[in-house]
Design a protein around this ligand. Sequence first.
Ligand code: IMP
Ligand code: MG
Length: 174
Amino acid sequence: MKIGKVLVTADEIAAKLDEMGKAITNDYRGKDLLMVGILKGAFVVMADLSRRVDLPLEFDFMAVSSYGASTKTSGVVRILKDLDEEIEGRDVLIVEDIIDSGLTLNYLMKNLLVRKPASLEVAALLIKDGVDRRPLDVKYVGFHIPREFVIGYGLDYAGKYRNLPYVAVLGDED
Ligand code: IMP
Ligand code: MG
């Protein structure tokens, strides 16, 4: 596989994360913010977004699996690692790299709401347009992208390319 067309440059990502960080800082002032990154993909967004939030927040992580080494969703979400923290009464912000079918997020939100957080919102760097999905309430969205399989900035294909500083389409087989 090769790296295809660049959809979002590193500079565009940085500028957008500045905006999102400011919005989150304003919205969560005086609250008990717990940012929950969804591993592995969201670790890059989590690191870069959280450093733009000027508040005494805390981190936690969950790992879920919805894809194998494939570019299509399996429809099955499995929790591989649960939160370390209790979230009852806390202001939880889920940080996601990308929303495609919305299945992962839908499952996660239902699962976390049962634990009675004071609030539960979502920040996602990317959301795919033109996908027939259940309505999702995503408060902070970075970029809308076409329905293509993308890599970089935390997003992988078969475990690779997460370290690219930009988001690109996965290229064709050589
Ligand atoms: P969803 O459940 O279909 O919304 O997929 C969510 C998860 O699938 C994301 O958190 C990613 O880990 C992965 N994913 C979805 N689309 C892509 C893509 O285009 N490239 C890489 N990973 C993706
Ligand atoms: Mg993934």
